[in-house]
Design a protein around this ligand. Structure first.
Ligand SMILES: [Zn+2]
Length: 314
């Protein structure tokens, strides 16, 4: 009897939820810490620190060993327009680089394509201070590795393209470059974007996009089951005004092109776009929960990609 009473809770626990996809949380946190370390100098597009981050990311991509193909695209970018929407004509031009890793499950490249994005650039250095951008967005950049790794043992049903985007902080320009240069052909597309998923003192994260794609609510709720995190829906309605995040990170470019999206991100916080957004201020238990949530969600979305992804070609 003792044995049965010992095993019964384990059996019940195993039955109550589908098995969670597996990823290496300490490895993901190591990647996040490295990206937000001082030697990356805040990863501003075109800077030496940004190039160092690219080299680091490419090395981690090859170490992971799950991608069938990796490649990069380069483009020229100018700083974000000023408050009047003007880019001064004498602004410097920067070289920007998007990094791609493809898990290729679809030999014909005809079925839905799942594009998972996170920007790796940040603000660089200002007034002698390094803006490390741990939450924004070393957190999402590292999470892409957790998701990709989780597909190694639990393969996706569809092609999954991971993109570490550059120049988000200069106005979503990495996403713009990808969407403009891609020939999606007849393929339906869906975008999952992660930007700032690690900094919450109250254990909350937003899932944004269900206003535009209502089916997402049940999928995210399913993915959040058993994860120690409070998922809120919102920040995606036109009447939210400045609190409508629909166009405020890279998913906005996909949305404008007609691609359905889901965005995960935390509420603005005191470290947002401050030099204090560094690894030491990140609540690691929350980040671990957040990683579980986004990994689970990626698997649920892949399972349901036929109903979620949309064709955007004319
Ligand atoms: Zn960001």
């Amino acid at each position: 009897m003792r044995n049965i009473s010992f095993f019964l809770p384990l059996i019940l626990a195993a039955c109550s939820n589908a098995p969670s996809p597996v990823f290496d949380a300490p490895n993901t946190i190591r990647i996040m810490e490295a990206l937000s370390a001082d030697d990356m100098k805040g990863r501003r597009t075109g800077s030496d620190g940004n190039i160092k981050a690219q080299i680091f990311l490419k090395n981690e991509m090859s170490k992971l060993g799950v991608f069938n193909a990796t490649y990069e695209t380069t483009f020229k970018t100018k700083p974000r327009p000023n408050r009047d929407g003007v880019i001064p004509p004498d602004s410097p031009i920067y070289d920007a680089v998007n990094l791609h890793g493809l898990i290729d499950m679809d030999d014909n490249d005809a079925g839905p394509l799942f594009v998972i994005t996170a920007h790796y650039d940040h603000l660089g250095e200002r007034d002698g201070k390094i803006y490390n951008g741990a939450d924004d967005n070393a957190s999402g950049s590292a999470a892409l590795f957790a998701i990709a790794q989780s597909f190694a043992d639990n393969a996706p049903k569809h092609d999954v393209l991971f993109i570490w985007l550059d120049a988000e902080e200069m106005g979503l320009q990495g996403a713009r470059h990808y969407v403009e240069m891609s020939s999606f052909g007849d393929r339906p597309i869906f975008n999952l974007n992660l930007d700032m998923i690690s900094q919450s003192q109250v254990g909350e994260i937003y899932a944004s996009g269900s206003y535009h794609t209502p089916a997402l609510k049940s999928f995210v709720t399913k993915a959040a089951k058993g994860v120690d995190i409070k998922v809120l829906f919102g920040h995606d309605r036109p009447e939210d005004g400045a609190n409508d995040w629909t166009l405020q990170s890279d998913h906005g470019v996909f949305h404008r092109a007609g691609v359905p999206f889901l965005y995960f991100g935390v509420e603005d916080h005191p470290h947002y776009h401050q030099h204090t957004d560094e690894f030491s201020t990140i609540p690691i238990p929350f980040y671990k929960s957040s990683l579980k949530l986004v990994v689970n969600t990626a698997h649920v979305l892949d399972e349901n990609l036929e109903s979620l992804a949309k064709k955007v070609s004319p």
